[in-house]
Design a protein around this ligand. Sequence first.
Ligand code: PLP
Ligand code: COI
Length: 342
Amino acid sequence: MMCAKNIDWSNLGFGYVKTDWRYVSNYKDGQWDDGTLTGNETIVMNECAGVLQYAQTCFEGLKAYTTSDGRIVCFRPDLNAERMIDSCERMEMPAFPKERFLEAVKKTVAANREWVPPYGSGASLYLRPYMFGSNPVIGVKPASEYQFRVFATPVGPYFKGGVRPLTVRISDFDRAAPRGTGHIKAGLNYAMSLHAIVDAHEKGFDENVYLDPGTRTYIEETGGANILFVTKDGKVVTPKSSSILPSITRRSLVQVAADYLGLTVEERPVSLSELESFAECGLCGTAAVISPVGKIVDHGKEICLPSGMEDMGPVTKKLYDTLRGIQMGTVPAPEGWIMEIE
Ligand code: PLP
Ligand code: COI
């Protein structure tokens, strides 16, 4: 077994654990430096840094896994690199080139290989690439200096209690604006959701389901994951909207549903009034994987999914097992989905 760290992998939650190495590269005078690994987890910056004053920051999230045959792999990191470039463009930040992003991920995982949880533990090594404006900015404008980093932290399930059906509520708050930043991974979207998630937890809900901010009649996504539904006749339905984060997990599951499971998939607006007609619901994302939803509460009205509060629905389970299998090397992956770490 490669992993030497003394960690109870099977009981890890989704939290920060300091690992040995992180990657850092600085942008100044219009270019990125060569980048390096560092053991130093702290950052010292000017009090007026763009990120501190005007939240000029974006991030990504992906995982490294140990496969059944002991390799270490990442799942579709090229899509994280591309999405981060999209985030940077919208946030007036300099893109970190795709090839360099992949190199940074490889180096970070390789340097922390003892922190990659073993196959079968249910845990994985979460990677957090991010970028922020680092030089002083007081007028409202983009910074001219930036730092790109990737750190790694071993994680277990995102939702407390592991894989059990969740109870979510329809939120009265919005996480995004029409024509805003909902479609990119800007830190500000998550700042927007903090009050809503604290309030949801206080009231006993696991997550917020956000509606389209323009009309508040369509289902969008949750604070940290996209949503998939399964109809009573076994079709997979997932909301389409310009203010949803294009989840790599969701895009992959749509392909898995069609190509591996032979299911019909509909990507289209999903209205609030349709919720009662679905058989299954799941939240999908890197952190969430596919977390089954058992109950959706819409202002006191309880919509109980027929799949119940005990287990994942049968279609959700098939999607979960196939995706997990692809990530763990027990199901053949589509070309280009798996990047091996040497
Ligand atoms: N939606 C939001 C708001 C997220 O924060 C995330 C997490 O990255 C996702 C969806 C899922 O995206 P992905 O599958 O690319 O991790
Ligand atoms: C991820 O799934 O990688 C995310 O960034 C979601 C976040 C809420 C942890």
